[in-house]
Ligand binder design. Structure first.
Ligand code: R5P
Length: 304
């Protein structure tokens, strides 16, 4: 087994390789002055099972193009059984047509992954469970993993001994299934509530309108993705108005677009807990941020 990493999340790739008692294999990724990239595999991959680790995040187009060149270089050099570890699958929120005339961007991405002859994909907390079908329908094996077990462990630490004054919150109706799974991992000791959210598809503005259920002192808002942070901040403000005092947020993928780090740091949220599916560069980190690793979930899956 050989593991290659693109430049999106080398820290996670190194952890995965370390867990599997191996090292990352060498690639040359050269960026030309006009920002085109050239990729070259520097080790013999002929007939080898190869694993490519690449996430997407705030520069999805750049990282996807880099990924496709890595996959092409491996295939041309004779690599076989290619597994793509794409912890955050960029464009997954564009999985259907919201308004007439739109592209289904995710379908384009999965078609390209198929064209690059990937055999197996490992990804985390896809925005909707039906996204797995995009791969299955194209005969690509998919392992849809979740950071929720890691978050459940963290909630046990936050709760210490008592779960009495805690509630799990979905910041929108689409996330209710997610908090129910998390509650189940916590032996149903924490109740679940949800927030009704409106998003203006033209401006991206968000309004949290109504809470369904009883707010408690400690609230843990759980989401799949933090991009601008607006969903979570709007939810936290509404919860605060309704009596919450310690507001934690947990989200698998910390994209943190634009000013999100500043907005979250300045918000009433106490702690922003994410996983390392995306690499957060030091200058984008902030005091309230806490990162938990999912590397062992990936390496255990790769062993299977
Ligand atoms: C939406 O359905 C997602 O689950 C997230 O709530 C959303 O994408 C987060 O985006 P933002 O941080 O920009 O509000």
């Amino acid at each position: 087994m050989m593991i290659f990493s693109g430049t999106s999340n080398p820290a996670l790739a190194k952890k995965i390789a370390g867990n599997l008692k191996t090292k990352l294999s060498s690639l040359e990724i050269y960026k030309f002055p006009d920002k085109e990239v050239r990729v070259r595999v520097l080790e013999k991959v002929l007939g080898k099972h190869t694993i490519v680790v690449q996430s997407t995040g705030v520069h999805p187009n750049h990282y996807y193009m880099q990924l496709f060149f890595i996959l092409d270089a491996i295939k041309r050099s004779g690599g076989s059984d290619v597994t793509l570890v794409i912890p955050y699958l960029g464009y997954q929120r564009q999985d259907h047509i919201f308004r007439s005339g739109e592209a289904v961007s995710l379908e384009v991405i999965v078609n390209l992954i198929k064209a690059m002859k990937v055999d197996r994909v490992i990804s985390f907390d896809l925005h909707a469970p039906r996204i797995s079908e995009f791969f299955v329908n194209r005969k690509i094996k998919i392992d849809h993993l979740s950071a929720l077990p890691v978050f459940a462990d963290e909630i046990r630490k936050i709760a210490k001994k008592s779960f009495n004054d805690i509630v799990l919150v979905s910041p929108d109706m689409g996330g209710i299934r997610r908090i129910k799974i998390l509650a189940d991992l916590l032996e149903d000791r924490i109740p679940c509530i949800s927030i009704e959210k409106n998003r203006n598809l033209n401006t991206g503005e968000i309004e949290s309108t109504k809470i369904n259920g009883e707010v408690k002192k400690t609230t843990i808002i759980v989401d799949d993705v933090i991009s601008t942070g607006k969903t979570l901040i709007a939810a936290a403000d509404l919860l605060k108005k309704n009596g919450a005092s310690d507001i934690y947020v947990m989200a698998t993928h910390g994209i943190f677009a634009g000013d999100a780090p500043i907005a979250l740091q300045n918000s009433i949220i106490k702690k922003v807990i994410i996983s390392d599916t995306l690499e957060i560069r030091p200058k984008r980190r902030f005091d309230k941020l806490h990162i938990l690793s999912v590397s062992s979930l990936i390496s255990e899956t790769l062993k299977k």
